[in-house]
Write a protein that binds this ligand. Structure first.
Ligand SMILES: [Fe+2]
Ligand SMILES: [Fe+2]
Length: 296
């Protein structure tokens, strides 16, 4: 499928999922300065599967930390807090939005994205960044590769061939990057396609489309502010660490650290932190597994 055809399919939206209703409503409620916990609880309760997952997550070791067992949505939301709830609801709902393809590694992609989100959040803590920036980096991690899912949903056979080619190259010891092969096959890569999909189809405001657009190339000088640049660098580094250390979703990434040194340097992290960050990536992976298991 050509770039023009793919963009036309984005334009008419056929064959692609809409942003789940519950996420649209949740976003609206949470941006209300007089946000009301009860209303959020009612909203979460309209989706029985989601409500069950939120309660289960509130009881998980990650959030319960030895607290009493919770059986209803109100106390679950109180325990999680609105900030964590939003991330959690997105993390539980987005993997359900795209139907699992018969061959596309959907589950591995979400496991990867959740691990990148969690590690990006940890990097923000490490760098003592604001909670708002941590939220931005977390959400950026969750959605950064969504363009690959959108491409694979519209062109499943071509995407499968592309993944086979990456695997073959890796077996033959040839380094190849997924975005490069996507550009060759489709005339557009998952970063650019994901950004257009988030902006046009899901009506997500910036900065999320910008984070998706530049998570590989880091963007140019035209990015509007330093906060966005550092979010992009954080997602890029978290993506490189997760991809290189067991939480990738395709064979396009050689083992080991797979990020640009310029991104790492710009964050002011020292390279002797890599080992510790790999450890964090591994526990992020446990977190991703818990979420995905709760999401079944
Ligand atoms: Fe990517
Ligand atoms: Fe990625």
């Amino acid at each position: 499928m050509t770039r023009d055809l793919l963009l036309a399919r984005l334009g008419d939206g056929t064959g692609l999922p809409a942003l789940p209703e519950v996420l649209m409503r949740l976003d609206r409620e949470l941006s209300d300065p007089d946000v009301d916990l009860r209303r959020i609880g009612e909203l979460a309760a309209t989706d029985a599967v989601l409500a069950g997952q939120v309660i289960r997550m509130a009881n998980s070791a990650y959030y319960a930390r030895g607290g009493a067992s919770i059986t209803s949505i109100g106390p679950a939301i109180q325990r999680l807090g609105l900030r964590a709830l939003k991330g959690l609801v997105f993390a539980l709902t987005l993997p359900r939005a795209f139907p699992a393809g018969s061959t596309f590694p959907t589950r591995a992609l979400w496991r990867h994205s959740l691990a990148v989100a969690a590690l990006a959040g940890s990097l923000c803590e490490e760098l003592s960044l604001s909670l708002a920036q941590k939220d931005e980096a977390w959400m950026g991690g969750l959605i950064h590769d969504i363009g690959a899912l959108a491409l694979a949903t519209l062109a499943p056979n071509e995407y499968q061939h592309l993944l086979d080619r990456l695997t073959q190259n890796a077996t033959d010891g040839i380094d190849s990057e997924i975005a490069e092969i996507e550009r060759e096959v489709f005339g557009i890569d998952h970063a650019e396609f994901g950004a257009i999909f988030l902006r046009e189809n899901w009506r997500m405001p910036d900065p999320m489309p910008q984070v998706a657009a530049h998570h590989h190339d880091l963007g140019g000088m035209d990015l509007p502010n330093a906060g966005l640049v550092s979010t992009i660098h954080i997602v890029h580094v978290a993506n490189g660490i997760c991809s290189g250390f067991g939480a990738g979703w395709n064979r396009g990434c050689p083992p080991g650290k797979a990020f640009r040194n310029s991104a790492w340097d710009s964050l002011g992290l020292s390279l002797d932190r890599v080992e510790d960050l790999v450890g964090r990536a591994m526990s992020s992976l446990d977190f991703a597994e818990t979420l995905l298991a709760g999401g079944q």
